[in-house]
Write a protein that binds this ligand. Structure first.
Ligand SMILES: [Cu+2]
Length: 257
């Protein structure tokens, strides 16, 4: 049986980020090469080197119904970390190498819920023209407002228990989403023109599956922390968007057996 093995190879440092985080020690965000999977798959792990930032508490006193939905204090998801410096909520994607191929748009929508006046999940990846279905499981009204640069802006009031659907026409990494009622509510939507993207879990792990054979360049995108003052490798435009995007991480197809 033919076995395509894609091996994730990249240079730490080249695709690492260095950021100063206020009173935190310098933070080095890099990728660790990990798994080699049978089949056309590229996997790895994103982690922070150095001190792990602690999440800040969110005050929801402005809307008691939001606070009531949490059994303990709510915390922001700017940094979602696991053991060993694992960093979640990072987009990993193919940035070059797919040529002029076009890809079907998935029929299934991507879903995001508003629960406890937070977005679940906090970051969302989808393909251009794929539907995003947004629920409101809360007992309060939200106002969901996407603020893109390359796509149409939309801004909709969403009463309790309702669902709405939207799409984005063009690739954009990433689009801030906010709630005009609850200022702490923030989400980020990355729109890709192909299906080869992933969001790291709390363990920092990602898996890009079903890649056709070839050589690819990869990308990383993550939210810049509010207290970060130095963002190596991030383009100006990305910073304007509140995101750090790096698009030159080599993903090499090392073997076909
Ligand atoms: Cu809200």
């Amino acid at each position: 049986m033919r076995r395509n093995v894609l091996y994730f190879s990249l240079m730490l440092g080249f695709c690492g980020l260095l950021a100063s985080l206020g009173n935190l020690a310098a933070l080095n965000l890099g990728l660790a090469t990990t798994d080699t999977h049978a089949g056309s798959s590229v996997a790895g792990r994103v982690r922070i080197e150095g001190q792990t930032p602690q999440p800040n508490r969110i005050s929801m006193t402005a809307d008691p119904s939001c606070a009531k939905a949490h059994s303990g204090p709510a915390v922001n998801e700017e940094y979602v970390t696991g053991s060993g410096g694992a960093l979640g909520n990072v987009f990993v994607f193919v940035s070059e190498g797919l040529g002029n191929r076009s890809f079907d748009v998935p029929a299934e929508p991507v879903e995001v819920d508003q629960k406890g006046c937070m977005y679940l999940p906090h970051v969302i990846g989808l393909q251009a023209q794929q539907k995003i279905r947004i629920m409101n499981s809360d007992s309060t009204t939200h106002n969901i407002h996407a603020v893109p640069i390359n796509n149409r802006e939309w801004n909709k009031a969403q009463p309790a228990g309702t669902t709405l659907e939207e799409t984005f026409a063009r690739e954009e990494i990433a689009i801030p989403v906010k709630c005009n009622v609850h200022p702490w509510m923030r989400s980020y939507i990355a729109v890709f023109k192909h299906p080869f993207f992933a969001v790291t879990g709390m363990d920092g792990h990602f898996d890009l599956r079903n890649l056709p054979p070839g050589e690819y360049t990869g990308g990383l995108a993550r939210k810049i922390g509010d207290h970060e003052t130095n963002h190596h490798g991030c383009g100006r435009r990305s910073q304007d968007n509140g995101f750090c995007v790096q698009s030159a991480c080599p993903l090499r197809n090392l073997s076909h057996t």
